[in-house]
Design a protein around this ligand. Structure first.
Ligand code: PMP
Ligand code: GLU
Length: 388
């Protein structure tokens, strides 16, 4: 079949591809240790599962409003008010099939041929692909461990052209764990003043902060509230990756309405059972579980950082948030793809090459797995690096 140019520009998600390959190798009986998955290793909290079961039992299993049932949209609004100090109305929020779907809809509604989208690198693998799919051009701003993987106001100023339509900010970051402080966000906000640039703020890892404080980008100023689309979900905070729930909120009700139109012609409402479950992930009912998981990640993070930094040739800055280490391998090689391929073949350890995130000379190591796995995995990596 003749495929479209549109689909041919798209690459497969490398994070998903490597995680799937690791699972396949394990199914073949190989002793593969995977640090590639971007998901918590915990089960979904009881209170959320119970809400889903109750939804099934009470036949809440029909089509719903395209943008979500009123109770869910109210829970999103209340969450954004309580946790982030952001005030949205019913027509300014929408529930999607995961935050990835929120981003897809947002780009489809706002980005077209000729538009530039500024993406700080390293970035989450999906952004440039979805930007290209919508016809836009990704414009990267490079960062590295020396700059704490954060862009400066001057870098942002230099990247802006008359074609700039959007800036993507991810805090805490996947893959680096960098967290922007309020002061840093205020400085970036100043650069944007007087422009029409939209900010897509991906706040998926909001609940996983170990150092400093999380700041919601739209909360920085009135001007930022007006231009920012806040994107979040429950995949990471309450271990709901498979349920598929995400949402976005924007002061621009017309934009939200446009994405609702797209959703009405593509996926319709998200799974009705997930919607009732998600309410419990948003309304504070699962806060103890969230804190339990955050604490578990926090203790693994410290040990993993120490173990990696003890390996000659590797170095890593302790991440302030999320559950990834972005490990510098430049003393060993710049070629992260070959490094990760050989590591999987020779030591049966799966990590994601930095090249997939737009920065070679690094790999991403997820510590959302047991401490025993982490110890064994880093021991294998140490052995591998010694003989590279
Ligand atoms: N944003 C970031 C930064 C992510 O790492 C992920 C991971 N899956 C997502 C968005 C999308 O998550 P989901 O679609 O599961 O809500
Ligand atoms: N976002 C997660 C990751 O970075 C899950 C995989 C994906 O959606 O790409 O690994």
């Amino acid at each position: 079949m003749q495929l479209t140019d549109r689909i041919n520009v798209l690459s497969e998600s490398i994070t998903i591809a490597i995680t799937t390959l690791a699972q396949e190798l394990r199914a073949q009986g190989k002793n593969v240790l995977s640090f590639s998955a971007g998901e918590p290793d915990f089960g979904t909290p009881r209170v959320i599962k119970d809400a889903a079961i109750a939804a099934i039992e009470s036949d809440k299993t029909r089509y719903t409003a395209v943008d979500g049932v009123v109770e869910l949209k109210q829970a999103i609004i209340d969450k954004l008010k309580r946790d982030n100090g952001l005030h949205y109305e019913m027509n300014q929020v929408i529930a999607n099939n995961g935050a990835k779907h929120s981003l897809f809809n947002l780009f489809q509604a706002t980005i077209q041929e000729g538009d530039e989208v500024i993406i700080p690198a390293p970035y989450w693998v999906t952004y440039p692909e979805l930007v290209k799919y919508s016809g836009g051009t990704p414009v990267e701003i490079p960062t590295d461990d020396a700059s704490g993987f954060k862009i400066t106001p001057q870098q942002l100023r230099d990247a802006i052209t008359p074609k700039t339509k959007m800036l993507i900010i991810t805090t805490p970051s996947n893959p680096t764990g960098a967290v922007y402080s309020r002061t840093e966000l205020e400085a970036l906000a100043e650069v944007l003043e007087g422009t029409d640039i939209i900010v897509a703020s991906d706040e998926m890892y909001e609940k996983l902060v170990y150092k400093g404080e999380f700041t919601s980008v739209a909360s920085v100023s009135e001007d930022m509230f007006r231009r920012t689309v806040t994107i979040n979900g429950l995949s990471k905070s309450v271990a709901m990756t498979g349920w598929r729930f995400g949402y976005m909120a924007s002061a621009d009700a017309e934009m939200i309405k446009a994405t609702k139109k797209l959703q009405s012609q593509s996926t319709s409402n998200i799974n009705s059972i997930t919607q009732y479950a998600a309410i419990k992930g948003l309304d504070g009912s699962a806060d103890d579980d969230i804190e339990m998981m955050r604490k578990a990640f926090e203790s693994r993070r410290l040990e993993a950082v120490e173990l990696i930094n003890a390996v000659d040739g590797l170095s890593v800055v302790a991440p302030d948030g999320a559950f990834y280490l972005f490990v510098n391998i430049k003393a060993v090689t710049e070629d992260s793809l070959t490094f990760c391929k050989r590591l999987l073949e020779e030591k049966e350890v799966a990590v994601v090459p930095g090249a997939g995130f737009g920065l070679d000379g690094y790999f991403r190591f997820s510590f959302a797995t047991s401490i025993d796995n982490i110890r064994e995995g880093i021991a294998r990596i140490a052995d591998f690096v010694e003989n590279y």
